[in-house]
Design a protein around this ligand. Structure first.
Ligand SMILES: Cc1cc2nc3c(=O)[nH]c(=O)nc-3n(C[C@H](O)[C@H](O)[C@H](O)COP(=O)(O)OP(=O)(O)OC[C@H]3O[C@@H](n4cnc5c(N)ncnc54)[C@H](O)[C@@H]3O)c2cc1C
Length: 453
């Protein structure tokens, strides 16, 4: 875009001054806002949609990735609290089925939206929905104000600490942060337009699937070979919220950079077209789906990967494989490296840790180099590309958000607005007290209960 117009300088009303501003209300932002408010900070949470939840509600991602390392829960604290409270609001059959399970629990996005509103109100978090953070005023490595737009106009907000949970690191980007994006050739994981169907017959579907190992793999492969189904992978993620309603994570749209509006637009159009094609095939082909009804597609195509900040430390695949702990760990990750193919002709990249193992996520990976009062949490923290393929999932984002919000509150309580002044012992101690799990060593040091669980 070479042509430009010059806007006249304009005074921007100062909307508010708070201890902690949280940008974005996905899993990371929700946990950051709740943690900061519970630690006594005044918190403003800004979210561009009319509800919280991020990919789970915006893009209808239908299930929580594992909260455990297959032996014990590694994501605890606020993340586990939200998982359990969501379950407790579901239908009795769902509760019975999922009561003791912490891995791959299906999400009911309407239950989640209401739950998250309630949690924020209860914790005294101020929310501003339908509001987009569009710029940042910054000087000498410090953000001085965040600029946002909404129906009421353009405003500024000042905070002691800014927590960027926008998943594209929009705030750090506008503040002049440094970034990596995708692979060596700029390749990015594909997007997926998730969707919800109702009027399905789960028992009939399960009976049909039983003879094929419980999945649709064989049917998808058969249809691909016949040319009646146009998808790349022979996998469909189907998450049942009751016997007649399921969320689907099925199909890919390639070459979408979720930090570009043009790509999001193409993703929306191509994504919806693919969903209609898939739904017609499901209804035509799969027993139990004959009378299925497409209820909705995501408001936005689901985005797996955009910017990663360059932080004070970059967590690498070696750290992941070696299950490395860092002195400033604020969370642990046990999810596998799960990189979806950037092109229809390439394959998935998968690497698992042994059951019971995890690696640490250090506080420094949340601190963008050259910016002193911003903490980034969620999908865009400082990792290499392989590790981002693992840390990106929602349970991890809850844990990182809880740590970021807690740090922001502890700092502002002491009148500090440099994220690098954080006393790590104090942060870890507070996180353990809140129920987070940072590994047996940290847990034992700070007297957390059930360290060996
Ligand atoms: C198709 C797909 C399938 C997936 N499957 C799973 C799965 O099965 N289980 C799992 O746990 N994870 C899964 N993931 C990963 C996971 O959903 C995301 O990586 C995770 O939600 C990221 O959390 P976050 O809090 O960083 O950001 P997000 O969930 O992306 O939330 C960011 C929030 O910030 C808001 N926002 C962004 N920019 C601005 C701005 N400038 N101003 C105001 N608000 C803004 C957005 O509206 C959004 O609400 C999947 C992802 C995709 C795309």
């Amino acid at each position: 875009m070479d042509k430009r117009i010059i806007m006249p300088a304009m005074p921007i009303p100062l909307y508010d001054e708070v201890d902690v501003l949280v940008a974005g209300g996905g899993p990371a932002g929700v946990a950051a806002a709740l943690a900061a408010a519970r630690c006594g900070a005044s918190v403003l949470l800004i979210e561009q949609r009319g509800y919280l939840g991020g990919m789970a509600t915006v893009s209808q991602v239908p299930a929580w990735c594992p909260f455990t390392d297959h032996k014990k829960p590694v994501i605890r604290g606020i993340g586990l609290e939200i998982l359990n409270e969501m379950k407790s609001r579901m239908e009795p059959e769902f509760q019975q089925l999922w009561r003791d399970k912490l891995d791959w629990v299906p999400i009911d996005s309407e239950v989640l939206k209401k739950l998250l509103d309630d949690k924020m109100i209860e914790a005294n978090v101020r929310m501003l929905y339908h509001t987009f953070i569009s710029n940042v005023l910054h000087r000498e490595g410090k953000v001085e104000a965040v600029i946002f737009h909404n129906k009421s106009g353009t405003f500024a907000v000042k905070a002691g600490i800014y927590v960027d949970c926008s998943s594209d690191a929009d705030l750090a980007y506008h503040a002049g942060g440094q970034f990596a994006k995708g692979g060596e050739e700029g390749e990015l994981q594909p997007g997926t337009m998730c969707f919800v169907m109702s009027n399905l017959n789960r028992p009939k579907y399960m009976e049909y699937c039983k003879e094929f190992g419980g999945s649709l793999k064989h049917a998808i492969n058969e249809a691909k070979a016949k040319g009646t189904l146009n998808v790349v992978r022979d996998w469909a993620g189907i998450s049942w919220v009751n016997d007649h309603t399921a969320g689907f994570n099925f199909g890919h749209i390639f070459g979408i950079d979720g930090s570009r509006a043009e790509d999001l637009t193409r993703g929306a159009i191509e994504g919806r077209a693919l969903v209609h094609h898939i739904v017609e095939w499901l209804k035509r082909t799969i027993p139990g789906f004959e009378d299925g009804y497409l209820v909705l597609t995501g408001e936005q195509i689901g985005i797996r990967e955009t910017r990663r900040i360059i932080g004070d430390v970059i967590v690498t695949a070696d750290d992941f494989m070696d299950c490395r702990s860092f002195p400033d760990d604020i969370a642990r990750n046990a999810y596998f490296i799960d990189i979806h193919m950037a092109k229809p002709t390439s394959g998935m990249t998968i690497a698992h840790l042994p059951a019971g193992e995890s690696h640490g996520i250090p506080y420094r990976a949340l601190l963008p180099v050259g910016i002193d009062n911003v903490i980034v949490a969620g999908r865009s923290i400082s990792t290499d590309r392989a590790t981002q393929g693992s840390t990106r999932v929602m349970p991890n984002c809850f844990a990182m958000g809880e740590a970021a919000g807690t740090a922001a509150a502890l700092l502002t309580k002491q009148g500090l607005n440099s994220t690098r002044s954080m006393n790590i012992d104090e942060l870890q101690k507070q996180l353990v007290r809140q129920g987070a799990w940072l590994g047996n060593e940290v847990h034992a040091k700070y007297g957390g209960k059930d360290a060996k669980r």
